[in-house]
Design a protein around this ligand. Structure first.
Ligand code: CTP
Ligand code: MG
Length: 241
């Protein structure tokens, strides 16, 4: 995946160290299979298929390092992927990934749990980064009405839905910007949120429904159905060996 025309390297950081409490499986979520392939493997193969990524750092639970190495040792990824131990919170895992790839010019942070993300979306984020935007996130319109509530559950407001977006990954950043955002002792579920605190502009691009995060059993059923129906037309999102 060398970008011969551009020596500014793109390193994907793949948080895969979560426990998957809401999914309730017996294994860490990233190692749960969708259509016979663990999510982390699907996510990494999607990054490779984008043709836009030079290196990939995968952050996993300490007890899953060996299985991750075995899952990610196929020829397409062997020389590109490195496995590191993640942390107790997603923020800690991303911080570990940043530390493992100090040479990056750009970071893409991409959840293993977004296992069906189309490679084209990944390439779109990188293209916007290379075009000079320091922070780029995929966004979808919000379909439900969203309300804010107080501690008792009483509605306190209804923001205009037209101004709201649901944010996905991969989220792309100028490397220095993400390093600065993570230099402080911060915690967030969204990397762009940390960058916003620094006052940097965050650009949204059109997201893709297939980049949904597999969080619950219902999400897993949806992902299984999509994979089984589209395996023929979408070979890049099924097993590659
Ligand atoms: N993640 C991580 N390190 C953590 C927590 C989460 O690398 N300490 C990763 C997950 O593996 C996942 C992504 O961040 O790929 C998004 O997190 P989430 O969907 O919340 O996954 P889990 O934390 O595993 O799920 P749950 O919150 O239900 O336990
Ligand atoms: Mg979580």
């Amino acid at each position: 995946m060398n970008n011969a025309d551009n020596d500014r390297s793109v390193v994907a950081l793949v948080p895969a160290a979560g426990r998957g409490v809401r999914l309730g499986a017996n294994a860490p979520k990233a190692f749960v299979e969708v259509g016979g392939t663990p999510m982390v493997r699907l996510a990494v193969d999607g990054l490779i298929a984008s043709g836009a990524v030079d290196r990939i750092i995968v952050m996993v639970p300490p007890e899953s390092v060996e299985s991750a190495v075995a899952l990610l040792s196929h020829s397409a990824v062997r020389d590109i992927v490195r496995i590191v131990v993640g942390g107790a919170e997603r923020t800690d895992s991303v911080r570990a990934g940043i530390a493992a790839a100090p040479e990056a010019s750009y970071y893409l942070v991409h959840d293993a749990a977004r296992a069906l993300t189309p490679p084209g979306l990944i390439a779109d984020v990188v293209a916007q980064l290379r075009a000079g935007h320091p922070a780029v996130v995929p966004a979808l319109p919000v379909v439900d009405t969203v309300k804010s509530v107080d501690a008792l559950g009483t509605v306190t407001g209804t923001p205009d839905r037209a101004t709201l977006r649901a944010i996905q990954t991969p989220q792309g950043f100028e490397a220095g910007l993400l390093r600065t955002a993570y230099a402080a002792d911060v915690h967030a579920t969204d990397d762009a949120g940390l960058v916003e605190l620094l006052g940097a502009p965050v650009r949204t691009i059109a997201g893709d429904p297939l980049a949904f995060k597999i969080t619950t059993r219902l999400d897993l059923m949806l992902a299984e159905t999509i994979l089984s129906r589209h395996a023929a037309e979408r070979p890049e999102i099924v097993r590659t060996s």
